[in-house]
Design a protein around this ligand. Structure first.
Ligand code: ZN
Length: 656
């Protein structure tokens, strides 16, 4: 028996069964063991290595040919064909090492390269986007640093939370300056935070060094406004604040509620968030450098043009042999001069941008970045007073630590009733996402302290009460409730014109029935390892077309299905306007109308679809209308069965 094997031997706390790594999940009683120290270290390392392998093998990434133009310390300029990279992209050499992070995108990109990579001018590299790959490398390195005891004291504090279960939940309250809700750009509104949001805010402000706060933010309960408000209040009290999450979207949602003059966004925002541009590092750096930088870049561009012209000229002359050799060497000398001049100017520009960027990072009171970016230039080495992590249920411990080691007070906002992190290399949790809880930063801690030690945001503002009351009761056990204003959130439609007499569409689309079930007596069919359901497919297309017919914009409709084979087919039929995705991909977002296609009809698949976490995420994406499409005669026994009963009671159950 190897030492590694011996060290990872664990038994179930409840029934004594031997637990298999890497999950230490008990097949018999369905519990997962919370391991600490070396066991956890091995568990995480094993999974991260598998994930890294899956990512290296991963296909489908665009490959870009990049010619290195200039190298100066860590700064590299490269010409990219095609020019698809943007600020914040993390790049790697195809089938090779991580390369660096893009400071400025476009055709000639500016890159801050990682230390161990060697490149020189003239090199032509095949490069791809590689944020996940780099993320796994950073997490593995962090684990090495912990094991080799090379972490700083303050960084160890964050590690001790997870590896020694050594942490303190903050208990003190400190009154905020005011409780008004912020809107775009940090402008104050006349709406005030509710009681639960106030408590969360006061407790964040009352945090002491080494203390941690867990905030449960179920769908639509205003976690974004709490995080934004707390960031502003902390900044006004002279603290430096990190707002982070595993997704750009979650970071951007907070950013746009903050004053742009004290807030800095590092990385690559989601494309839909045009609002975030003025917060971005390169935008701010350019604003500050102004005409001096523009002048420099004009010169660089002119020289590049001239170089191109001369190179072409030289090629033609050489081919045709038109001129005496003296002329040729004169052109070559000119080219050499241009190269030297270009190198000087590019280096000057890069240095200006880097210095200004680092200055902006030092000056900013609030910085927003994804967790991966916390471990990369220009945040490397930056210290914060407080780190606030949104959607922390979906962040693995090591990913969360990339942000947490930068601060000495921590706020984790999550929801352990939604889906935990996704791992490509693990099959098991597809049916039982719960077994991943000990690896999720938020879920692990909530499990350890008990959910009553966490602060709950309890008032829901986003969806119609018929939609939210179902999960409020069945999933959240009455812990959340709709605010009275939710009553007004209904589908607004023109006249319902039913085009097919077969379908009971008039009732299904009735705005007075916000949560409906439609029994479609189809059967699941296998497609590789995935599944699809032809009858449901047809009905979903029909109902989506009818929704558009009565005036609902395609962009306000989302179609969710747990199976990729079904979502791929739906995408083909529904085009680009209507968003179709699996449950995981929809987490953290919302639509006016959600159509859910369950697909499953066999008992195994039904258990997978009916998982409470999965259905909770799917159902709570809907604001005004939820249309659940499934075969009611399939062996449902959990949340879906409850939903069928729920809709029957309110005359919202239909069958084709
Ligand atoms: Zn057991």
């Amino acid at each position: 028996m190897s030492i590694e094997y011996r060290a990872s031997l664990f038994f179930c706390d409840y029934c004594g069964s031997y637990l298999e790594p890497p999950l230490y999940y008990c097949e018999k009683c369905g519990r997962a063991k919370i391991v600490t120290e070396s066991g956890l270290l091995q568990q995480l390392r094993r999974i991260l290595r598998e994930e890294r392998k899956a990512e290296i093998e991963g296909k489908g990434k665009d490959i870009v040919e990049c010619e290195v133009e200039a190298v100066q310390d860590d700064l590299v300029t490269m010409e990219c064909r095609p020019p698809i990279f943007d600020e914040g992209d993390v790049l790697a050499i195809v089938k090779g090492e991580p390369l660096g992070i893009v400071i400025e995108g476009g055709r000639h990109i500016l890159l801050s390269k990682f230390e161990r990579v060697e490149v020189k001018p003239g090199d032509v590299l095949k490069v791809r986007e590689a944020e996940r790959l780099v993320s796994y490398e950073l997490q593995l390195k962090l684990l090495d640093d912990y094991e080799n005891c090379t972490l700083r004291e303050v960084e160890k504090l964050a590690f001790n939370i997870f590896f020694k279960n050594d942490f303190k939940i903050g208990g003190e309250r400190m009154k905020a300056g005011d409780y008004v809700v912020l809107t775009y750009g940090g402008i104050k509104t006349d709406v005030e935070l509710d009681e639960h949001q106030r408590t969360a805010l006061d407790k964040i402000l009352g945090l002491k060094d080494g203390e941690l706060l867990l905030i449960v933010g179920p769908p639509g309960t205003g976690k974004t406004r709490v995080i934004a408000k707390a960031a502003l209040e902390l900044a006004e009290a002279g603290k430096k604040v990190l707002v982070t999450s595993h997704t750009n979207r979650a970071v951007d949602n907070v950013m746009e509620l903050l004053p742009v003059d004290i807030t800095l966004r590092i990385g690559r925002p989601e494309k839909v968030h045009g609002n975030v541009r003025p917060y971005m590092l390169s935008y701010k750096a350019r604003q500050r450098l102004g005409e001096e930088l523009r002048e420099l870049e004009r010169n660089i561009e002119e020289l590049r043009e001239e170089r191109k012209k001369l190179r072409e000229e030289l090629k033609t002359i050489k081919q045709k042999g038109l001129l005496p050799p003296g002329w040729i060497s004169r052109i070559e000398l000119k080219l050499q001069w241009i190269e030297r001049r270009l190198k000087d100017l590019v280096e000057k520009r890069n240095k200006m941008l880097r210095e200004e960027s680092e200055k902006l990072v030092r000056e900013a009171k609030i910085i927003g970045a994804t967790l991966v970016k916390c471990g990369l230039w220009p945040l490397l080495g930056t210290k914060f007073d407080v780190a606030m992590i949104d959607e922390a249920s979906q962040a693995t411990i090591t990913l969360a630590l990339l942000g947490m080691v930068r601060a000495r007070k921590w706020v984790l906002v999550g929801d352990h009733y939604q889906l935990p992190p996704v791992f490509k290399s693990i099959e098991e949790p597809i049916t039982h996402p719960e077994v991943l809880d000990p690896l999720s930063a938020f879920n692990r801690l909530v499990t350890l302290v008990g959910e009553d030690k966490a602060l709950w945001l309890e008032e829901h503002y986003r969806s119609n009460p018929r939609i939210i009351c179902f999960v409020a009761e069945k999933v959240y056990k009455g812990r959340i409730r709709p605010h009275p204003s939710c009553e007004k959130i209904k589908l607004e439609v023109g006249e319902v014109r039913v085009s097919t007499s077969d379908y009971n569409l008039l009732g299904i689309l009735d705005p007075e029935k916000p949560a409906v079930f439609v029994h479609v007596p189809g059967q699941e069919q296998a497609d590789g390892t995935s599944k699809w359901n032809e009858q449901e497919l047809r009905f979903v297309i029909e109902v989506v077309n009818e929704l558009k017919e009565i005036g609902v914009k395609g962009g306000n409709v989302g179609v969710i299905t747990p199976y990729r084979a079904q979502s791929n087919r739906l995408k083909d039929y529904l085009g680009e306007e209507v968003e179709v995705a699996t449950v995981d991909a929809f987490q953290g977002r919302e639509k006016d109308v959600i159509v859910f296609s369950a697909v499953a009809t066999s008992s195994n698949s039904v258990r997978f679809v009916e998982n409470a976490r999965r259905l909770n995420v799917a159902f709570t994406r809907a604001r005004r209308k939820l249309i659940v499409v499934a075969n009611a005669e399939a062996p449902w026994s959990g949340l879906m069965k409850d939903y069928i009963d729920y809709t029957k009671k309110s005359n919202s159950y239909f069958q084709l």
